[in-house]
Design a protein around this ligand. Structure first.
Ligand code: ATP
Ligand code: MN
Length: 463
C-alpha cells in the first residue's frame, strides 16, 4: 500500500499500484448497477481522480451513498487504467473511511460554479475550488522561479523591514503603526506627541524595500528583497491591493540598459517556468478563464520587448486617433488606458518605457544629460498594464540634493541615504515587480483580489 497524491495517481504509469489517497469529495454519482463513482481532490492537481465504490463495501449503504461535496475521506484500493475518457487511471476502492461530513444543506460549495465575487466572501473555502487551487499552485511556482532566478544569478536575498520610520519615496499613502491610545492621544499643543509612541517617532508599514536594498547593493553588489508591502491609497481598482508582495532586485554597477535586460530575462524566466512546471493548471486557465494566456506567454518568451522613451510614447498616443478619457501631453503621467493602448493595440507585446519627465518621478531617479528626463523604466504588459517599475538611481550627491530641494524633501530625514552617495558612490539600478500583477498576468484572472490568498482592499479585511 502506497500513499500517493491525486497528481501522482493520475499518471498512467501508476496503474497497477495499491494506493492510499486522502482528500475531499467533489461529486458522487450512483450507477444503476449498484456502485458509485466519486470524484476525489486533494489539491495536488487541477484534475481529480475517479473512485469506483462497489455496493459490496461494508459501509456502502450507511456512509458511501451519503457522501457529498466537501466530505473528507481516506480511500484504499487498486489503481487501474480507466476506460473513461479524460483520465488515465481510476481507483477501485477496497475501503473508504470518512473523516468529516459536509452537510449539503449548508455547505456553500455545492454548485459547480460560483462567481468570484461570491467566493471572495468565503476566503476560507475558496481554496477548495478548481480555480483557486490552480492559482495557489501557479503563485507558488512563480515564487520558486523568482528565487531560483536570482539565486542562480548570484544575488543575495536580503530582508527589508516591514515597519519603517522613513516616509521615503512618496510611492503611496502609508499605514501608520502605533500603540498610542487612539481615544486619548498625547499631544504637544496642537500636534500628536509621538515621543510617547512605541518607536519614539511616527512609524509606518513599508511601501517598498528599495531604499534598504540600495544599502545592501552598495556593499554586496547584487541583492533582492521579496516581501509584503503596503499602500493605503484609496484606489478601488482591479489592479491594486492595500497589501501586496513585491520583488525588488537592486544592483551595483548596473545602468538603465542593464536593468532593462535583467528585467526582461527575469520575466521570461518566470513565464517559461510556469509553462513547463504547471502545464495542467495553465491549460485550465486557458480553457476556463482567458483564452489568450498560453499564446501570449509563448509569444512573449520568443520575442523581444519593445523599448521606447516616454517622449516617443507620447507622440504615438497623441497621433493614434484613439479616444482617451485623460488627455495625453508631455509632462503628464501616463494613465492605465494609455499604457494599455501601447502594449495591447499598438505593439501587442510587452513594452519597456523609459526616460520619463523629471517632474513626475521621485527624487532618487538619475537625471539624464538632457536635464528634463530621468532614467526611469516601467514595463507594461497586455491586460495588466504596469507590471514592473524601476530606474537607475541618482548616484551624484549634488544632483540628488538639488532634486530633494525641488521636491521639498528634508535632507536630514534621508541622511543615511545621502551617505551612500557621500562615501564610495556607484552607479546602480533596480526595479520592483508586483507579485500579484505577475500572477494576474500569467493566469488571466481579471481581478487582483483573486490572486492573493487573503486580499486587503479599502473597506475589507474579513479573514
Ligand atoms: P500603479 O501606477 O499601477 O499604481 P505604481 O507606479 O504606484 O503602480 P510602483 O511604486 O512603481 O507602482 O511599484 C512597483 C510595482 O509594484 C508596480 O509596477 C506594480 O507591479 C506593483 N504595485 C504597485 N502598487 C500596487 C498595488 N497597490 N497593488 C498591487 N501591486 C502594486
Ligand atoms: Mn511605477
Amino acid at each position: 500500500m502506497q500513499k500517493m497524491t491525486v497528481a501522482q495517481a493520475r499518471q498512467p504509469q501508476s496503474a497497477g499500484e495499491h494506493v492510499r489517497l486522502q482528500g475531499w469529495i467533489r461529486t458522487r454519482r450512483d450507477s444503476k448497477g449498484g456502485f458509485s463513482f466519486l470524484e476525489l481532490s486533494d489539491g495536488s492537481s487541477v484534475g481529480n481522480i475517479q473512485i469506483v465504490a462497489e455496493a459490496a463495501l461494508p459501509n456502502y449503504e450507511s456512509e458511501i451513498k451519503h457522501l457529498s461535496a466537501g466530505c473528507s475521506v481516506t480511500v484504499e484500493g487498486e489503481l487501474k487504467a480507466s476506460p473513461a475518457k479524460g483520465q488515465a487511471t481510476e481507483v477501485h476502492a477496497k475501503a473508504i473511511a470518512v473523516h468529516g461530513w459536509a452537510d449539503p444543506e449548508t455547505y456553500a460549495l455545492q454548485k459547480k460554479r460560483h462567481s468570484f465575487e461570491f467566493l471572495r466572501t468565503l476566503a476560507h473555502l475558496r481554496p477548495r475550488t478548481n480555480t483557486f487551487g490552480a492559482i495557489a499552485r501557479v503563485r507558488n511556482c512563480i515564487c520558486r522561479s523568482i528565487h531560483n532566478f536570482f539565486q542562480e544569478e548570484g544575488f543575495l536575498y536580503v530582508h527589508a523591514p516591514i515597519i519603517t520610520a522613513s516616509d521615503c519615496e512618496g510611492a503611496g499613502e502609508m499605514f501608520k503603526v502605533t500603540t498610542l491610545d487612539l481615544a486619548n492621544v498625547p499631544k504637544t499643543s496642537s500636534t500628536v506627541d509621538f515621543t510617547q509612541d512605541f518607536f519614539d517617532r511616527p512609524a509606518f508599514l513599508t511601501v517598498s524595500g528599495q531604499l534598504e536594498a540600495e544599502i545592501f547593493a552598495c556593499a554586496l553588489g547584487k541583492v533582492y528583497t521579496f516581501g509584503p508591502t503596503f499602500r493605503a491609497e484609496n484606489s478601488n481598482t482591479s489592479r491594486h491591493l492595500a497589501e501586496f508582495w513585491m520583488v525588488e532586485p537592486e544592483m551595483a554597477f548596473f545602468e538603465l540598459a542593464d536593468n532593462m535586460d535583467l528585467a526582461e530575462r527575469f520575466l521570461k524566466r518566470i513565464f517559461r517556468d510556469v509553462l513547463a512546471q504547471c502545464p495542467d493548471d495553465m491549460q485550465f486557465f486557458n480553457a476556463q478563464i482567458e483564452p489568450t494566456v498560453l499564446s501570449t506567454l509563448e509569444g512573449i518568451i520568443g520575442s523581444d520587448f519593445v523599448r521606447l522613451s516616454y517622449t516617443e510614447a507620447v507622440e504615438i498616443l497623441a497621433g493614434s486617433g484613439a479616444k482617451f478619457e485623460f488627455p495625453v501631453a508631455w509632462g503628464h503621467d501616463l494613465q492605465a488606458e494609455h499604457e494599455r493602448y501601447l502594449t495591447e493595440q499598438h505593439f501587442s507585446r510587452p513594452v519597456i518605457l523609459c526616460d520619463y519627465p523629471r517632474s513626475i518621478k521621485p527624487f532618487y531617479m538619475r537625471v539624464n544629460d538632457d536635464g528634463r528626463t530621468v532614467r526611469a523604466m516601467d514595463i507594461l504588459v497586455p491586460r495588466v498594464g504596469e507590471i514592473i517599475g524601476g530606474s537607475q538611481r541618482e548616484e551624484r550627491l549634488d544632483v540628488m540634493a538639488e532634486r530633494m530641494r525641488e521636491q521639498k524633501l528634508a535632507p536630514e530625514a534621508y541622511w543615511w541615504y545621502l551617505d551612500l552617495r557621500r562615501y564610495g558612490t556607484v552607479p546602480h539600478s533596480g526595479f520592483g515587480l508586483g507579485l500579484e500583477r505577475a500572477v494576474q498576468f500569467v493566469t488571466g484572472m481579471a481581478n487582483i483580489r483573486d490572486v492573493i490568498p487573503f486580499p486587503r482592499v479599502p473597506g475589507s479585511a474579513d479573514f
